[in-house]
Design a protein around this ligand. Structure first.
Ligand SMILES: O=P(O)(O)OC[C@H]1O[C@H](OP(=O)(O)O)[C@H](O)[C@@H]1O
Length: 326
């Protein structure tokens, strides 16, 4: 444990646990919670020197960062807030960090609503949209289309193993959208009824590859074969700066129990739950190559995936490095 990790406040630890256990989930929501946690750390810090304050905030950032590896919105949020940690005294540093975290959260909400308005332009009155998982960015597009007076229907993929499709279905029903909920394996059959595939993203690489919930790439391949356009709704906080310098995005592997309960394991193994030759692989995300994506919709406009790197350079320069690095 580093010198300052013991000064990380319990609220940061509990935010980190919520992200790791997916009580807080979705790339934008994770970023928002991480910024809020840094703000809480800044408010609660009892540091007496600027160096101690900075070190505590970096330790908090590291605790948050180590929860889930794939969604780049998390390190992007941490990096953004820590870059604003300026000042010569502890009160100055505290005020600057709080202001920066608040600005980040405001900008995040604004970006999502702007993105929604842009994405809604792609949707016509009467369109049927197929969704995968639950994405607040994707839902912002549907919400804006509804506000424009367009009638939209949705085919919602269940999204095993955690069934985030249920969250999407619930939200869409709250908005009055007729929903057909399908199991993931039925997607190809129902693509013939869809005018768009609309998904979110956890990370977007410099070559325009989209890292999103497992099953997105198969859906996109099938959609291309069926001639259904694939639209990705992703705020610029989902752009992965490290991929500009050749780094790859780590795909999170989650617990076997999400796929196979203890009782199911016992059943499958004929009462030998310790059978080492029954392995469960549970990747949370996959990578959809740019050739299977029609448009990436951000708050800065709509981009063909191959040109997203120009926006990345503009926004991040050549920035890399871990968020907690001085
Ligand atoms: O930021 P928003 O658009 O809300 O969500 C983006 C993505 O986050 C989710 O991941 P998980 O359920 O946290 O693993 C899904 O993959 C979704 O497309």
């Amino acid at each position: 444990m580093g010198e300052y990790e013991s000064a990380v406040v319990p609220a940061v630890d509990s935010t980190a646990a919520d992200i790791a256990d997916m009580r807080t989930r979705g790339a934008a929501t994770i970023a928002d919670a991480a910024a809020q946690a840094l703000e809480t750390q800044a408010r609660a810090s009892e540091a007496t020197t600027p160096e101690a304050f900075r070190s505590e905030l970096r330790a908090a950032a590291r605790t948050l960062y180590e929860t889930r590896p794939t969604a780049v919105s998390l390190p992007n949020a941490l990096r953004y807030v820590l870059r604003g940690m300026e000042g010569e005294t502890v009160p100055e540093l505290r005020a600057a960090t709080i202001a920066r975290a608040e600005a980040f959260q405001r900008d995040l909400a604004q970006a999502q609503s702007t993105l929604g308005e842009i994405g809604a332009n792609r949707l016509r009155d009467g369109d049927v949209v197929m969704t995968h998982c639950h994405s607040t960015d994707a839902l912002a597009c549907l919400e804006a289309a509804l506000e424009d007076g367009k009638a939209i229907e949705a085919i919602v993929k269940e999204t095993r193993p955690r069934k985030q499709g249920h969250i999407t279905a619930r939200r869409l029903r709250e908005l009055g959208v007729p929903v057909t909920l399908i199991v993931d394996n039925a997607a190809r059959r129902y693509l013939d009824d869809a005018d768009h595939v609309l998904v979110g993203a956890d990370s977007i690489a410099a070559d325009g590859s989209v890292v999103n919930k497992i099953g997105t790439s198969g859906l996109a391949v099938n959609a291309r074969e069926r001639g259904v356009p694939v639209m990705v709704a992703a705020q610029t906080i989902k752009l992965h700066p490290d991929t500009m310098t050749g780094h790859t995005v780590e795909i999170e592997m989650r617990a076997a129990e999400e796929v196979l309960s203890d009782a199911e394991r016992s059943d499958v193994t004929g009462g030998k739950p310790d059978d080492q030759n029954l392995r469960v692989a549970n990747p949370a995300f996959d990578v959809t190559p740019p050739r299977h994506v029609d448009a990436i919709v951000t708050e800065r406009g709509q981009f063909p995936p191959e040109s997203i790197v120009t926006l990345m350079r503009e926004l991040f320069g050549e920035t890399t490095g871990e968020p907690w690095e001085p």
